[in-house]
Design a binder for this molecule. Structure first.
Ligand SMILES: [Zn+2]
Length: 155
């Protein structure tokens, strides 16, 4: 199961669980994913799938943590297609994240806290986190980056 933060055409944000990314794609294309607030079925991912955590204030083992990528240009979330240059940039960022970070799935927030507390080896991680979880992590001083998660360039 995978949880996506979604946004409807009326800018309501909500979360929903899907069997996998492909299941979401199918359901969204068939307009089977509806906003609980207004019933709108024109939903899209709210662009917060992956995030990178880094233990605050820990230095010296920098190689274990990839440089946090620069934030992308404000992604056009209003529904238009992503410009090709931006898409290419985001695809490169995704490839870097996948190469350098461990995927922890929906346990992202828990794992980020364990890293921050030094309970596990410091490393870059990525996974799913809700807006609320992301804000909570930031409140706790844990560095989190949100990247628009675009399809891979190789399909
Ligand atoms: Zn709505």
């Amino acid at each position: 199961m995978i949880r996506f933060a979604l946004r409807c055409a009326n800018a309501h944000e909500f979360e929903s669980w899907f069997k996998d990314g492909a299941a979401y794609d199918r359901m969204a294309a068939a307009r089977l994913v509806e906003c609980p607030a207004c019933g709108d079925a024109h939903v899209q991912k709210a662009l917060m799938a992956p995030a990178i955590a880094k233990a605050p204030g820990v230095k010296g083992r920098g190689e274990a943590v990839p440089a946090t990528p620069a934030p992308p240009p404000q992604a056009p979330v209003a529904g238009g297609p992503i410009p090709a240059q931006v898409l290419a940039l985001l695809q490169r960022m995704r490839a870097e994240v996948e190469k350098n970070c461990d995927y922890v799935g929906p346990k992202f927030a828990d794992e980020a806290r364990r890293i921050a507390r030094g309970e596990v080896d410091e490393r870059g991680i990525y996974g799913e986190a809700s807006e609320a979880e992301t804000e909570a992590l930031r409140d706790e001083g844990i560095e989190v980056a949100q990247l628009p998660w675009v399809p891979r360039s190789d399909g």
